[in-house]
Design a protein around this ligand. Structure first.
Ligand code: ADP
Length: 409
């Protein structure tokens, strides 16, 4: 698992759940109230910690009661605070949120009166010891210096930047990150209603970065070079709470990219995780492995290259198992990711299950080849044996897991 540094803000969220958003100058009674840890970076790190990553928060913690509560909550989530700046006084940033129970929408009033984390704090951090550096675009002058410093210290580790809101001096930041995640609100604020058009414009600001743009229930777009990618959203049966959807998306993206997933699949994983989030209240338990079971969408057909393959974890016979799906033309087949020879997983690289010619399934452990159509071994030490099929089908443009009957033991 990776060491991740998140530089940004941790807040206290006071969430009033209401039965409908009130009209201006009216009163409404909350049906529920919750006080929780919030802030984009704190949320994203909390979710990444659920996935087992070692996360560290670089931000300011006030000495008031809110600050003590935040400190306790971050610690309970396993987030390291040794690089945070702790103030003796100061007012904890607080967000007052009205969460509409009818449609999951959230309306937020922020109160902010705490100094920002700055370059002097950041210089104390051994940034080169981290596998991923994530930043939230806030105080741009200081952040530009932090990003420039980080860039000079790390070579291979990705630097991601989240741009949620308009801020003075944003243009100083574009040169440094490998990945820039914009928000829909930011794109709209710049006058764009079409994600594609926004990304084409943003490409001119940051010619080399991967650009990402989540777009609510329409999923997310990404731009790598000049290539535009899209993943649809994965709507839950009922949308109950969209608070933190973007933070969840960011965590899903970072986790998938750290796992070696190609960008297109990483964006899809991020949408899947965010889709799970909007179907539940709060941000807990997002990685519990229950998402893919019989009858569930595994992925959009369009996101499987043709020919191509992809690894997944699904629930079969009550247990989580690694499987992979392979596509050639209109045919999509699924198999347990287990070689009949020694029972090892077939792939060394994420999502790579085909040989160089993309004609056969390849066991990277000992070079055995299997047919795509029926998983029969035609070369290698297990010739004559076969992979264990997992029934999948294509429905309305999605690959769907059928049942576990054929999966075997
Ligand atoms: P933010 O929380 O920053 O406003 P978005 O609304 O853009 O974030 O949502 C982030 C991601 O959450 C989207 O890319 C999408 O995958 C998922 N998402 C948001 N709303 C829905 C929804 N109603 N149904 C399914 N997925 C959603």
């Amino acid at each position: 698992m990776a060491r991740i540094l998140g530089t940004g803000i941790a807040t206290l969220d006071i969430i009033n759940t209401v039965d409908g958003y009130p009209a201006e100058d009216s009163e409404v009674r909350a049906v529920e109230q919750a006080v929780r840890l919030g802030g984009n970076t704190a949320n994203t790190l909390g979710i990444l910690a659920q996935a087992g990553h070692q996360c560290h928060f670089a931000g300011v913690l006030a000495g008031d009661m809110g600050g003590q509560r935040i400190t306790a909550e971050l610690t309970a989530r396993g987030i390291g605070l040794e690089y945070a700046r702790r103030m003796a006084g100061g007012a904890t940033p607080t967000s007052y949120i009205a969460l509409n129970r009818r449609n999951g929408s959230r309306t937020i009033i922020h109160h902010r009166d705490l100094p920002e984390f700055g370059m002097d704090d950041f210089m104390e951090i051994p940034v080169e010891t981290f596998d991923w550096l994530h930043f939230e675009a806030r105080n741009c002058d200081e952040l530009a210096a932090m990003l420039a410093y980080a860039r000079s210290m790390v070579r291979d580790q990705p630097i991601s930047l989240e741009v949620e809101k308009e801020r003075d001096g944003l243009e100083q930041l574009w040169d440094y990150p490998d990945i820039i995640i914009f928000s829909r609100a930011f794109a709209r604020g710049r006058g764009f209603e079409q994600p594609q058009a926004f990304l084409a414009e943003a490409r001119a600001w940051a010619p080399r970065a991967i650009l990402i743009l989540p777009w609510g229930d329409q999923g997310a777009w990404a731009m790598q070079g000049d290539a535009l990618l899209h993943s649809p959203a994965f709507p839950p049966p009922e949308v109950v709470d969209t608070l933190g959807a973007g933070d969840t998306f960011n965590a899903g993206l970072i986790h998938a990219m750290l796992s070696g997933r190609a960008l297109e699949l990483a964006v899809e994983d991020a949408c899947r995780l965010a889709g799970r989030k909007v179907g539940q209240v709060g941000l807990e338990g997002l990685f519990k492995p229950t998402a893919m079971a019989a009858g569930e969408y595994l992925c959009p057909l369009a996101s499987l290259p043709d020919p191509g393959s992809r690894g997944l974890e699904v629930e079969l016979d009550g247990a989580m198992r690694p499987i992979f799906i392979v596509r050639r033309g209109h045919t999509v087949k699924g198999y347990l990711n287990r070689c009949p020879h020694i029972g090892a997983e077939l792939n060394w690289q994420p999502d790579v299950f085909l040989d160089a010619d993309q004609r056969y399934i390849l066991c990277a452990v000992h070079g055995a080849l299997f047919t795509i159509e029926d998983g029969r071994c035609i070369a290698g030490p297990c010739r004559g044996e076969a992979l264990t099929p997992v029934e999948v089908t294509v429905e309305q443009g999605h690959v769907v897991l059928m049942s576990s009957k054929k999966a075997g033991a």
